[in-house]
Design a protein around this ligand. Structure first.
Ligand code: B12
Ligand code: SF4
Length: 580
């Protein structure tokens, strides 16, 4: 059989995700395609890309099929890339992922999108690639919506794949992990052991996906523990630099017997630290102790709101604040770090409810908190309500950290943003204190700093999993200048790392000069050129004594090497903070 060359495209524009993250969907789809004898490659777009550069990369692979994976927030940008492709090449363009699955009419209406896949895509994309390779008609392939002769053929999804045990393990080679993570650094690998969730939270896509598969089998599935563990061992063997696993199953402990068995096996057969996402109602002391003994050092827990009324009546998550506090306290007692997911700006939410959320988080004292602004995802119950009530504005956002997109009668958009900005800073300071990271965390005060960049350049905060725990970094695309006015404690030390985004190492250009001034006087200057000097690859740690106390100005500056093409030149200040 002939081979089909499938080129995946995954964009991640301004969604503030960690650099060292893989796409599990693409990893499994690529594995399924390779097992069927096809070829795959991936273009990962992390910042807006120039048209010619993008088209050159597409042409390099000579694909027979272009496969976009698109979540709602990234869809507009993906659609633009699809337009560019169609202007230059005659290659079929397929969209898959949550947005095409749950908003298929909107997606298929785009002129440059030839077809979409709803739901899980392994079988569908293999069938499609087989047909393309053999020159056969694929318009009747289950899960696909295909444009044909001016109409759209809408095929049903195929039955749920009941047995996850025989799926091939993720294809990690497609991501170039060794380039994503700088030499010498560990790799944090994301994994998932099962699929589906039985709950009905009104803001989440899982119930909508379950509805898509109504009558097609049970959507909640777990792989057998030996298989799930075997996959992790397999990756560990191929990538010995893996020193952390991040669990992405949303309800890892849903089946207690499964979780207990996983912990037992993981402890003896894998052992490297890992984190798990868990639903509060499935966390008792026994499970938590088992997780701890298996080397789970972080539990990521959905709290969402501090208002019991909102949780029960709007979010459909009936649990008491007391129950939540008990779980976080227990984690503290057992010695597992905690991460709380929080969202503000929900329909029906009032300022008083947001205050309740903040009060609860202050009480929980999580090690990390992810604060998001509610975004309505098509197909979810809350989205449908917002649509019915006329709260949708038609605006979109490239991430759920950007801005509210609903006009709600209970709270204004500006007010949500004010709460968001104020609390985000408090949260990073709270985390810094709990994790012992000094007295002033520059990352948390970025909004009050004066920043300066020029035209296409930016300063943003990202988390970067070069090693665990994740480092926050101020990512700057030179030239950049960030000026803080700090109330300096006596004997303060400035603690920070410098480095460049490893994904830029192989790109054209040169290095970056990093400078720091205290009250206008240069106290630090260092040049890194990891593109041409191996020894400059990685993160470099510094601690500088700061003179004086009280009102002090600290300025961080990054500058590209003069006269060099430094389009790819992201420089980072790794977790700068003041310690005493
Ligand atoms: C892990 C995870 C992440 C990770 C990894 C993201 C990634 N791109 O893989 C991180 C933390 C980085 C993340 C970030 C975001 N996430 Co997220 N994330 C998840 C989570 C918990 C699991 C996803 C997963 O790995 N599933 C397992 C794999 C195997 O499934 P899959 O990726 O869905 O892929 C399957 C199918 O969708 C399909 N498929 C997917 N792509 C394609 C492409 C083609 C061509 C085909 C044929 C099929 C296909 O086939 C795959 C295999 O069966 C889900 C919740 C969930 N249960 O799905 C939320 C979820 C996907 N995330 C969500 C969101 C909103 C985001 C962000 C936009 C948030 C933000 N910052 O604003 C970003 C976007 C990042 C990005 N640009 O990709 C939403 C998506 C909603 C929507 N309608 O788009 C979800 C559903 C959570 C929710 N709110 O309900 N996320
Ligand atoms: S929010 Fe969590 S528990 Fe609720 S439906 Fe989604 S995945 Fe399940």
């Amino acid at each position: 059989m002939k081979r089909c060359r499938v080129l995946f495209i995954w964009t991640d524009i301004e969604s503030r995700i960690e650099t060292g993250v893989i796409h599990l969907g693409v990893a499994y789809l690529s594995a399924a395609l390779k097992r069927a004898g096809h070829e795959t490659a991936l273009i990962r777009v992390l910042e807006k890309i120039e048209k010619n550069e993008f088209l050159r990369r597409v042409a390099d692979f000579r694909p027979h099929l272009i496969a976009f994976s698109a979540m709602t927030n990234q869809f507009d940008y993906c659609a633009q890339l699809a337009d560019w492709i169609k202007e230059s090449f005659d290659i079929p363009v397929l969209f898959g992922g949550h947005h095409p699955s749950l908003a298929p009419e909107e997606v298929i209406a785009k002129k440059s999108i030839d077809m979409l896949c709803r739901g899980e895509g392994e079988e569908a994309i293999v069938e499609l690639a087989d047909c393309i390779a053999e020159g056969k008609d694929y318009s009747r392939a289950a899960n696909l919506w295909v444009k044909k002769n001016g109409a759209v053929v809408c095929n049903e999804v195929r039955p749920v794949r009941a047995n996850l045990n025989d799926m091939p393990f993720m294809d990690l080679d497609i991501f170039n992990l060794n380039e994503m993570f700088p030499p010498g650094a560990g790799i944090n690998l994301h994994f998932m052991s099962g699929r589906g969730c039985p709950y009905n939270c009104s803001y989440c896509c899982n119930p909508a996906i379950r509805r898509l598969y109504h009558g097609k089998g049970r959507i909640v599935r777990f792989r057998d523990v030996p298989v799930a563990v075997a996959e992790l061992k397999h990756h560990l063997k191929n990538y010995p630099r893996i020193n952390y696993f991040t669990g992405q199953d949303e309800t890892f402990t849903l089946r207690k017997d499964w979780a207990m068995e996983f912990c037992r096996r993981y402890r003896t057969e894998v052992g490297v630290p890992f984190s798990a996402m868990v639903r509060l109602s499935h966390l008792d002391e026994e499970v938590m102790r088992a997780l701890k003994s298996a080397n789970c050092d972080l539990l990521r827990i959905g709290v969402e709101s501090g208002s019991e009324w909102l949780r029960e009546h709007v979010l459909r998550r009936k649990m008491s604040n007391e129950q939540i506090i008990k779980v976080f306290d227990l984690a503290d007692k057992i010695g597992i770090r905690t991460w709380a997911f929080i969202i503000i700006g929900f329909p029906h939410e009032t300022p008083a409810m947001i205050e309740e959320t903040f009060a609860l988080v202050r009480r929980l004292r999580p090690n990390q908190t992810q604060l998001a602004i509610y975004y309505p995802y098509p197909g979810t119950d809350l989205y449908e309500e917002a649509k019915r009530e006329g709260w949708l504005t038609g605006e979109t956002a490239s991430s759920y950290f950007e801005k509210p997109v609903l006009n709600l009668p209970t709270i204004g958009r500006e007010q949500i943003l004010d709460y968001y900005d104020a609390f985000r800073q408090e949260l990073v300071d709270m985390a810094a204190r709990k994790e012992g990271r000094g007295v002033y965390d520059f990352v948390s005060h970025i909004d009050s700093a004066a920043t300066k960049t020029d035209d296409r350049r930016f300063i943003k905060i990202t988390t970067f999993f070069e090693e665990y725990p994740a480092r926050f970094w101020l990512q700057a695309h030179p030239f950049s200048e960030i000026t803080y006015n700090v109330d300096l404690p006596p004997n303060g030390r400035l603690v920070f790392d410098i480095g460049m985004d490893p994904t830029t190492y192989k790109q054209p250009g040169k290095g970056v000069r990093f400078e720091i001034e205290q009250n206008g006087k240069k106290i630090f200057s260092e040049y890194l050129d990891p593109k041409s000097r191996e020894k400059d690859r990685g993160w470099f740690h510094f601690e500088l004594p700061l003179r004086g106390e009280g009102k002090t100005q600290i300025r961080f500056r990054t500058m590209p090497a003069p006269r060099s093409n430094n389009h790819y030149c992201n420089a980072g200040w790794g977790r700068p903070h003041i310690a005493v």
